[in-house]
Ligand binder design. Structure first.
Ligand code: 5AD
Ligand code: SF4
Length: 468
């Protein structure tokens, strides 16, 4: 019987990818995707545990779902509620204790077992947070390459999962487990399928994606070698990767930014802090100057590369002087965009036990000061685009009729007036307006290609950062 599935996704791009794969796993079992929890037979919350209040958000979401579940029961039907993702992994049984109406709790390594887990959940709450010895990637069905409404212009592809770096603030090594790289052939096949369905841009995902070391036909592949291999796929116009750790940014990867045309001139490279004392306490294993040197090398390889970063303010023990060093680094590098967060103690991580926790008011003041600096450099980066002609890959309808939304090579969103047929096309756009978070422009005179009749395209894109 046809059943409706609603997956609500929180957090990083990897969760977006995982949610699509859960839908792929369940499709052969009669589930099709719904746009809301109302009327759904199965609701999955794909949760994030990276920062504060994540678990509380999940419990309040569950409270709302329980009302829908009761209404459905009154109609003589059952709504299954599942909690997946990193809160599922971290909280496990605690979720069933606090929300006994939940049918299934699972961690990110259990998705290939979903049909079986759901069968077991018929009899009552099931918890599966084991890290299985087999890889879920060997058991997940092939990525369908298409959403309900067509394929995606810009798609995510997970190539690496988990992390062995153990930054002292981060839950990822505990929730996602040990670092694992998918074999090259699997990645390449998935990329080819996506492109055959109309995808033009692929973002390779991993918690520490540049630690990638997948088995290939000619030995082990680094991320740089994988990028060279994927760049050969005909029809693939753009490649990106996220999220990187500075320590794993190898020389061959830096060179790839100069050598591989489809590799976009944009890199999200979290620095977290500009203070060596704080970086050491975070166990980042590099200094602020190491980071500066990497940026110099990247800019030498690809002079127009745009940089993005993550920052944490108010890490335990961060002095005023240490925070000033973060401001200095942020001003120097002139990031094209950046995410910044107040330190949030995560249960079970070493920094949460540190006694030198910073008062909330200090964290807030530092966050505001840092965001002012980062906001200024983002605005300046965008303003600098006015008058330039940039190739924009159009992904989806814009806010107004006859408008499409796309991205520049530097990952900026661009609105332009363009017929819907140009979704999935790269068009030269003269930038006419710059805002903090987006640009607007007009088709460059004489540059409009004839649209081709590719597979139907629908787009998904997601903006939140993920760790490394
Ligand atoms: N507190 C605040 N920010 C955090 N991040 C990861 N863990 C924490 C934490 N405990 C941030 C880092 C990371 C981004 C995805 O989230 O900056 O790069
Ligand atoms: Fe790993 Fe990134 Fe978390 Fe550090 S911040 S432990 S590199 S996932």
């Amino acid at each position: 019987m046809a059943k409706k599935l609603y997956v609500k996704t929180f957090g990083c791009q990897m969760n977006v990818y995982d949610s699509a794969r859960m839908a792929d796993v369940l499709a052969p079992h009669g589930y099709s995707s719904a746009d809301s929890a109302e009327g759904a037979d199965l609701v999955i919350l794909n949760t994030c545990h990276i920062r504060e209040k994540a678990a509380e958000k999940v419990y309040s979401e569950l409270g709302r779902l329980n009302i829908l579940k009761a209404a459905r029961r009154a109609e003589g039907r059952r709504m299954y509620i599942a909690v997946g993702g990193c809160v599922g992994q971290a909280e496990g049984k605690e979720i069933l204790r606090r929300a006994p109406f939940v049918d299934l709790v699972m961690g990110p390594q259990s998705y290939h077992r979903l049909p079986d887990l759901l069968r077991r959940a018929e009899a009552g709450g099931v918890v599966d947070t084991e890290f299985p010895s087999e890889s879920k990637f060997d058991h997940l069905p092939e990525e369908s390459g298409a959403t309900a409404s067509g394929s995606r212009v810009s798609a995510f592809l997970t190539i690496q999962e988990g992390c062995d770096r153990f930054c002292t603030f981060c839950v990822v090594p505990y929730t996602r487990g040990a670092e694992f790289s998918r074999p090259v052939a699997d990645v390449e096949n998935e990329a080819r399928r996506l492109v055959a369905y109309g995808t033009r841009e692929i973002t390779l995902l991993g918690q520490n994606v540049n630690a990638y070391h997948g088995a290939g036909d000619t030995g082990e592949f680094s991320l740089a070698r994988l990028i060279h291999r994927l760049a050969e796929i005909e029809g693939l116009q753009r490649l990106r990767y996220t999220t990187s750790h500075p320590r794993d940014l190898s020389a061959d990867l830096i060179s790839a930014h100069g050598d591989v045309a489809v590799l976009m001139p944009f890199l999200h490279l979290p620095v977290q802090s500009g203070s060596d004392v704080v970086l050491k306490a975070m166990n980042r294993q590099h200094s602020a100057d190491d980071y500066r040197r990497l940026i110099e090398k990247l800019r030498a390889a690809r002079p127009d590369i745009a940089l993005s970063s993550d920052f944490i303010v108010g890490f335990p023990g961060e002095s005023d002087a240490a925070f000033e060093e973060t401001l200095t680094l942020a001003r120097e590098i002139e990031f094209a965009q950046a995410f910044s967060f107040k330190y949030s103690p995560r249960p079970g991580t070493p920094a949460a036990e540190n006694e030198a926790q910073i008062p909330e008011a200090v964290k807030s003041a530092r966050l505001a000061a840092l965001q002012a600096v980062l906001g200024d450099s983002q605005a300046a980066f965008n303003a600098n685009m006015i008058g330039r002609t940039l190739p924009v890959l159009f992904e989806r309808p814009g806010r107004h009729a006859n408008q499409l939304l796309g991205r520049t090579p530097y990952a900026q969103s661009v609105h332009a007036e363009l017929p819907a047929e140009y979704r999935g096309h790269c068009v030269d756009i003269v930038i006419t307006e710059a805002h903090t978070n987006s640009l607007a422009g007009e088709v460059a005179p004489g540059s409009l290609p004839a649209p081709t009749s590719d597979a139907p395209i629908s787009a998904e894109s997601f903006d939140e950062g993920q760790p490394a």
